[in-house]
Design a protein around this ligand. Sequence first.
Ligand code: ARG
Length: 229
Amino acid sequence: MYWDKFYCGGSLIRDDTVLTAAHCVVNRKPYTFDVILGDINWTTKKETLDIRRQVIRIDIHPRFAQRATFDYDFALLKLHSRINFDIISFIRPACLPFYDQDDLLTGQIGTVSGWGVIDPKNPTVQANILQKTNVEIMNTQECKNGYPASEVTSTMFCAKANSTDSCYGDSGGPLTVNQDGVHVLEGVISWGKNCAKPQWPGVYSNVGKVLRWIRDHTRDAHSCWQDAI
Ligand code: ARG
């Protein structure tokens, strides 16, 4: 998402809908920032054609921040006009899980990506080129050890790796898990203390927990599985 610069990530899940983190948009109004799709290097206009859309509606999850600061950190952005996938062949919607994976996610490898901070010691420098890295999804109970336990809720999961992580500015962006060759959007980058510190894992909103809410708020438009199956 773009507002003077890239400030948060997001994932296209329908031809007119982006899933992001609630905390990225909670104080924003529609039409005050843009969603940019299909970009790689946000500082140049040359490499890929990027698609820019205004946001006409913001749906923040009704339970956002009620039980804990980042509980239900989900928002849906409705785009001003839909992406015609017949014409725009380099942009595709992300696949959502079919059901709540819950404990099955523990131990799986997630891929996180974004234009966020590369080195937490230089927190003002964001990536120009889209970055990605892999993190291992961990047991939520173990994750609570490093944080105030009540801040890590049942709608989140945690993930970490050796000296790599998502970081500031990546929020809202995807954590995907390769399920039989399909990259499934299981997590939304949400929060963490510092970045890539072993005692403080990255914390993600668990997409499987809100499938019903997503379905109720998106019309039955083109979704990922039409391409994947
Ligand atoms: N809250 C951050 C953002 O707004 C994302 C932080 C993720 N942190 C982490 N250590 N994995 O961009």
